[in-house]
Design a protein around this ligand. Structure first.
Ligand SMILES: Cc1cc2nc3c(=O)[nH]c(=O)nc-3n(C[C@H](O)[C@H](O)[C@H](O)COP(=O)(O)OP(=O)(O)OC[C@H]3O[C@@H](n4cnc5c(N)ncnc54)[C@H](O)[C@@H]3O)c2cc1C
Length: 429
């Protein structure tokens, strides 16, 4: 075992980050800007490597973080599309007014990941080392104080750091090595998706989702005039997708009410599918000397399109939370506690909504009332958009004006139905 970058003193680095994808690179940029010495390692040797299975709609609440990282301009220059989401429901479209809708950004991962990695590598203080896989954690007493990595030639290197950050994704080996348990919550849907040219969806550049209760579908315009088509059916439809994934995807999309015309659709790039999408919640996102960010801490159902945003934002919360400790003004443990609390307060409510949705049960009567009202009332549409995108906390967003608007909307729909002018395509309950 060799040690690299020996700077002297107790540690070689202030921060050692495992995983140079969205969460790891964002953390490296934030820590580098604080003046920290950062080692950023990834097992992938290719600097242009990217995550292949992702529908890459980044929701609005992450835009300030992306701007703070200096990434929005390069993303737009690479063709990223700024847009909000419209949702088809059995009662009509939920289309929040443009001025109150949460506007996100959409760029294929093959473009996004290299942009983010280049920005991290160019940040003073950050040393990017690719083709190195984390194998073991170094400890001093009960605290983590570094990582052993192995390169493709089998050579092992110790990287010692005051803080180790696990940004190594959904199957986090760092979390496992640290003995942090995982809670797995079921997801009863699966996904198949691909990029197409020759598709011009109504409402573009805005993205659209279909709440087919309980299946879902998504159509997202993205860079290069491409459109991502994604089917998220319940598991009964698995045999059809296993038999001929592309034929099943196209026939699923062709069945969408008010869906895009696929007559001239030509696939660009591979068709990707993922059959197991369970939610993976780490029991604790920190341990002494260690923090988890991005999917390593919490990997949820992709249906709400929050994972990329949570990767960027959790890196920001971590770097901000431990900044004082990095300057030597307080113990690291205090900063890690601050990070844990911030994450919980930002994500807990939204994650609960997502985990419930992953069960793929039919909407219950109160949920149907909310969805139906959102198709008619712009305030309810805005509230639903806030909850789905995570730009508002569910409890605060829904009280107390919104329940009144929902009840009024339901009363109007019923009275229209009784007077024979019913516009609803489906009953409210
Ligand atoms: C089907 C699907 C669709 C999705 N769609 C969306 C969407 O529309 N919008 C959205 O916001 N999110 C979406 N997501 C979620 C999003 O892809 C992830 O949340 C996001 O990529 C997490 O980023 P990350 O940096 O935490 O982890 P990852 O992007 O998974 O990166 C982990 C990195 O760690 C490296 N690594 C792993 N192990 C080691 C090791 N031992 N040593 C060194 N390096 C290691 C890997 O090589 C990789 O580079 C989707 C996910 C899925 C599965």
């Amino acid at each position: 075992v060799r040690r690299i970058g020996a700077i002297g003193g107790e540690y070689d680095y202030d921060v050692v980050i495992v995983g140079a994808s969205l969460a790891g690179c964002a953390a490296a940029i934030f820590f580098g800007r604080q003046g920290a010495r950062v080692a950023l390692v990834d097992k992938q040797p290719d600097p242009r490597a990217f995550k292949r299975i992702c529908t890459h709609f980044i929701q609005g609440p992450t835009i300030p973080t992306i701007e703070r990282l200096g990434l929005l301009e390069p993303m737009l220059a690479a063709g990223a599309v700024r847009s909000h989401l419209r949702s088809w429901t059995a009662w009509g479209w939920i289309d929040p007014p443009a001025e109150s809708a949460s506007r996100g950004v959409n760029l294929r991962r093959e473009q996004l990941d290299p942009i983010v990695r280049e920005a991290a590598a160019a940040t003073p203080g950050v040393e990017l080392a690719l083709g190195r896989s984390a194998q073991a954690l170094l400890r001093e007493g009960s605290a983590v104080c570094g990582v052993v990595t192995r390169n493709t030639a089998g050579e092992e290197t110790e990287l010692r750091g005051r803080l180790v950050v696990g940004a190594d994704g959904r199957g986090s080996q760092i979390a496992a090595l640290a003995g942090i348990g995982v809670k797995t919550l079921p997801n009863n849907r699966f996904i198949y998706a691909a990029h197409y040219e020759g598709v011009r969806p109504a409402g573009a550049p805005d993205g659209a989702i279909w709440i087919l209760d309980p299946s879902w579908a998504a159509v997202f315009p993205t860079d290069g005039d491409l459109v991502l088509l994604a089917a998220m059916p319940t598991k009964e439809r698995l045999p059809e997708f296993r038999h001929d994934p592309e034929a099943a995807l196209l026939s699923f999309m062709a069945e969408l009410p008010e869906g895009p015309s696929l007559r001239e659709a030509r696939r660009v790039g591979p068709l990707v599918g993922k059959l197991e999408l369970e939610n993976r919640v780490r029991k604790k996102p920190t341990a002494p000397g260690l923090a988890l960010v991005g999917d390593a801490a919490l990997a949820t159902d992709p249906l709400f399109g929050v994972g990329c945003g949570w990767a960027f934002r959790s890196a920001e919360w971590l770097a901000d939370s431990v900044a004082a400790a990095m300057r030597g003004e307080e113990a690291l443990g205090r900063g890690l506690t601050r990070y844990r609390r911030r994450r919980a307060s930002e994500l807990r409510g939204h994650a609960m909504v997502i985990h419930t949705n992953s069960l793929a049960r039919r909407l219950k009567a109160p949920e149907r009332m909310v969805v139906a009202a959102a198709t008619r009332n712009p305030k309810v549409a805005t509230a639903v958009d806030k909850v789905v995108t995570g730009s508002g906390k569910p409890v605060r967003t829904f009280g107390p004006a919104i329940p009144r608007a929902i009840a009024a909307s339901a009363r109007q729909a019923l009275s229209r139905r009784h007077s024979g002018g019913g516009a609803s395509r489906r009953s409210l309950t």
